[in-house]
Structures are given as structure tokens and as C-alpha cells.
Design a protein around this ligand. Structure first.
Ligand code: ADP
Ligand code: MG
Length: 228
């Protein structure tokens, strides 16, 4: 019994021009991520993790190959359609939180829901529930600058899943945190992913954190390979 494929990459290529030379970062990367599955992406700096996550998250277009979200091939879609898929089906967490500084934690989590057409009351209720789940319910009225690094990242994670996406992509979400904080933020993230049954791919340098995921993959010669 296989869960549905939430995210699929086939033959994804990305090359950067550097003056006379071309830097080939992705050279035919293939990848399948199913609903309910968690995958750690563990690879050294400069191997193309961010590039791959940005392409998977429809933030960039590949030079060749396909990105399928929930079976829909996204390459030939208009920017408008890609934005809609990104908004509804994909949650993205960055290494730095990227929260809106002038809004409170609660409002930051409400924002994507309001854009998707939920009422203020609905968005606020779900945002509060997510803050509670991340154990920062008492921080809802605070602005990002009034929160610790670990709290900021938990708000960013809550915001990423606010619209109940199909796929969560996280690019070294605990990379800026001290080891202890990184541990509990990562565990909170993992618990949330498990509870909601979404598919998650998380880039991390931390092997302990990676070990609690279902699968581990790395980047090798521009391809994604399974770690056993
Ligand atoms: P990682 O996230 O694994 O550290 P990246 O995907 O950020 O790797 O980068 C992979 C390689 O691609 C690096 O050598 C980086 O310098 C290069 N690179 C990334 N973005 C660009 C760009 N816009 N232009 C040129 N080179 C880039
Ligand atoms: Mg990176």
C-alpha cells in the first residue's frame, strides 16, 4: 500500500553561468516523496541543497527536467498557477525565519490563511492552535524581534503549515540555533509533520536530527541518492 506521491523530481538540471565556465549543480536529479513521509537531506555546503529545494518549492525553474506536485507537472504552468500551487500545496521554512517584523507571531501565521480566503476568525483560531501545538501559545502577541531564535523558527514552521500544505520543504531550519534549541525545534517540526500526515523534506547538517526521519538522502554529483 503506497501513499500518493506528493512531490516528484525527474531529470532536474540546474546550471549557473560563471563567466566563461558553467557550474553544473543539478545533473539529472530524480526524487520521489510520498504523503506522510519524512526525508532528511544531508549533504555538505555548496552541493546544491538550497537550489534543489527552491526548484522543488517552485521558487525557481530548472534548466531541464520536471517538478510534479501532487501529480501535476509544473514546468509549463504560468507563474500565476505556480504561485497558487506554492500557496496551497507547499510550505517552505528557511534557515532564517523571514517573518514579517511589523506583525505579531499570531498575525504572521494568519497571513497565508487570509490570502487563501479564510475569515479572520478562522485564521486566528488555527494560528492560535498551531502556536499552542508548538508550545508558544503565550507568545502570540509578540513581534519577531521580541522572540528568541527558537521561538522565531517555531512561528516560521507554524506559518509554513498554516494552509495545511501537501509538502513541507525546510532548508536548514535549525542551522542558526544552538544545539539544544535545534533539538527541540526539530522535534516539534517532526511531531507536527507526523500529526498532519504531510510529506516533508528537510535539509540539515545534524545527523542526530536526520536519524529521526523516515529516510535520509544526500547529493552526489548533481543527483539525489539514498543513504543507507
Ligand atoms: P547548498 O545549499 O548545498 O549549500 P546551494 O544550492 O546554495 O548549495 O549552491 C550550490 C552551488 O551553486 C554553490 O557552489 C553556489 O555557489 C552555486 N550557486 C547557487 N546559486 C547561484 C547563483 N544564483 N549563481 C551562481 N552560482 C550559484
Ligand atoms: Mg543551502
Amino acid at each position: 500500500m503506497n501513499a500518493r506521491v506528493a512531490l516528484q523530481l525527474t531529470g532536474v538540471e540546474r546550471h549557473y553561468g560563471q563567466g566563461e565556465t558553467t557550474l553544473s549543480i543539478l545533473k539529472g536529479a530524480d526524487f520521489v516523496l510520498r504523503s506522510g513521509e519524512t526525508v532528511a537531506l544531508v549533504a555538505p555546503s555548496g552541493t546544491g541543497k538550497s537550489t534543489m529545494l527552491h526548484i522543488a518549492g517552485l521558487l525557481e525553474r530548472p534548466d531541464a527536467g520536471e517538478v510534479l506536485i501532487n501529480g501535476v507537472s509544473c514546468g509549463s504552468l504560468s507563474d500565476e498557477r505556480r504561485t497558487a500551487i506554492r500557496r496551497n500545496d507547499i510550505g517552505f521554512v528557511y534557515q532564517f525565519h523571514h517573518l514579517l517584523p511589523e506583525f505579531t507571531a499570531l498575525e504572521n501565521i494568519m497571513m497565508p490563511q487570509l490570502i487563501s480566503g479564510l475569515t479572520k476568525a478562522e485564521a486566528s483560531e488555527r494560528a492560535a492552535a498551531l502556536l499552542d501545538y508548538m508550545r508558544i501559545g503565550h507568545r502570540g502577541d509578540h513581534r519577531p524581534s521580541e522572540l528568541s531564535g527558537g521561538e522565531q523558527q517555531r512561528v516560521a514552521i507554524a506559518r509554513a503549515v498554516a494552509n495545511a500544505p501537501l509538502v513541507l520543504l525546510a532548508d536548514e531550519p535549525t542551522g542558526n540555533l544552538d544545539p539544544e534549541t535545534a533539538g527541540y525545534v526539530f522535534q516539534a517540526l517532526e511531531a507536527l509533520v507526523r500529526q498532519s500526515g504531510l510529506a516533508a523534506m528537510i535539509a540539515t547538517h545534524n545527523h542526530d536530527l536526520a536519524s529521526i526521519m523516515d529516510r535520509r538522502v544526500t547529493m552526489e554529483d548533481g543527483k539525489i541518492v539514498e543513504l543507507r
